[in-house]
Design a binder for this molecule. Structure first.
Ligand code: UD1
Ligand code: MG
Length: 393
């Protein structure tokens, strides 16, 4: 209990430190060539990019300082020191730290998409090794309706490690592709972090109390530094967070999901990101042309955002294109116009879908609507996790 109070105090300090550091340090980023142009504004001023490295470093340092506090009593009694719990925390920090470095490399070097998939896989290896040594539980509890076919539980062995590696790849990239308007990457991450913290607090009284206090030790400082970053990234953004922030966030969520054994619940909190990923699949796999930026189109005359478009040439169309367009049209998920020799459709992101369904709107209203949807999905996740789970488990 005392350790959590100290952690909250350290996290408040980390919030204040991040908030203070960002404006002081941002010119260094511009001077180093690390800046971007806000594509949804008239002004073409340089906005520092990759500022997620500042919040990420403060977050890591806060946990480093917390280590002697959480293991304080055990340090006195070295004979009974909990080496496995210590290894878990160190592996978590190593994976997040690795992702911070790789994310920063991505922001500086603008890596290709294939490397974006490879980086989190590599960074999750320390985590998987510790999981293997400490738990090595690769068993899934089968939902009641399926028990007739598979029995009470299924051991999927090595596939479980592949699942966990893929979870890290998904969490990091899913946040990075639901992005492009001020405050969205950070806002969604803050809501997911709050959802995990609420879930941990509810579960602290249960028999998994150690796993949930481990999760709290990571999520509380993460949330504090993220909120400080949000203050500067909210509309109109004075800083961009870069892929560094998306990678650090995704890996932080993957770390708690894996080591605290609630990956299915974390995936429930990722519902908007899952919808955005599934909707994006035809463009991510380049079946439908995918431009460098899919963020909405800004009109200076109206100061509103409109869905951005991609063009499919009719001569390049095959059966797969036709099938995808038919399904999307059937479910009214696409805005399609036929032109001479080409078909123009919206870029397939949840952000553009909101603009199609709700009409053009200002950037700040669009971010707020998407964040309200994220909160709504958290509520659905809790309904599925609690009242409904008893029907399945
Ligand atoms: C991902 C998306 C891309 C989206 C971009 C926006 C996919 C496959 N990729 O690419 O469609 O356009 O994120 O982040 O879905 N920017 C703004 N306003 C913001 C945030 C970013 O204008 O609020 C622009 C800035 O020019 C900034 C750039 O986006 O420099 C950052 O893009 P980057 O993170 O490098 O794009 P990706 O992650 O590769
Ligand atoms: Mg990005």
């Amino acid at each position: 209990m005392w350790s959590i109070i100290i952690l909250i105090f350290l996290s408040i300090v980390s919030y204040l430190l991040t908030d203070e550091l960002i404006p002081k340090i941002k010119n260094l980023f511009i001077n180093a060539g690390l800046f971007g142009i806000d594509l949804c504004k008239v002004s073409k001023e340089k906005i520092p990019e990759a500022i997620g490295v500042v919040s990420g470093c403060v977050f890591l340092v806060t946990i480093f300082m917390f280590i002697p506090i959480v293991f304080g009593n055990d340090l006195m009694d070295r004979g009974n020191f909990p080496h496995n719990e210590f290894a878990e925390l160190l592996a978590a920090l190593l994976s997040i730290c690795c992702m911070l470095l790789l994310g920063f490399a991505d922001d500086v070097l603008n890596l290709k998409w294939r490397y974006k998939l490879l980086l989190p896989t590599v960074a999750s290896l320390p985590l998987l090794v510790v999981y293997y040594v400490n738990f090595n539980s690769t068993t899934f509890i089968v939902p009641i309706p399926l028990r007739h076919f598979f029995g009470n539980s299924v051991n999927i062995g090595f596939l479980y490690y592949i699942y966990m590696g893929m979870l890290a790849v998904f969490c990091t990239n899913a946040i990075n592709i639901l992005a492009g308007i001020n405050g969205l990457e950070v806002g969604q991450s803050a809501i997911i972090a709050m959802s995990i913290i609420i879930f941990d607090i509810i579960e602290l009284r249960g028999d998994q109390f150690k796993a949930h206090s481990f999760s709290l030790h990571i999520m509380i400082p993460y949330l504090a530094t993220t909120l400080a970053l949000l203050k500067h990234n909210w509309y109109p953004s004075k800083v961009f967070v870069g892929d560094t922030f998306c990678y650090v966030s995704g890996m932080t969520f993957a770390v708690v999901a894996i080591l605290s054994h609630f990956s299915k619940t974390v995936l429930l909190f990722f519902l908007p990101q899952i919808i955005n990923f599934v909707y994006s699949v035809p463009q991510l796999f380049h079946i439908i042309p995918c431009p460098r930026h899919r963020l909405p189109k800004y009109s200076a005359e109206t100061d509103l955002l409109y869905p951005s478009k991609t063009v499919i040439l009719k001569k390049d169309m095959n059966m797969l294109h036709k099938y995808i367009l038919q399904v999307l049209t059937l479910f009214r998920l696409v805005d399609k116009q036929e032109d001479d020799g080409c078909i123009v459709i919206n870029n397939m992101t949840l952000i553009n879908l909101f603009l199609i369904k709700l009409g053009p709107m200002s950037e700040v209203r669009l971010t707020s609507s998407l964040l309200v949807f994220q909160i709504l999905c958290t509520c659905i996740a809790f309904i599925v996790r609690y009242p409904m789970a008893s029907y399945f488990y």
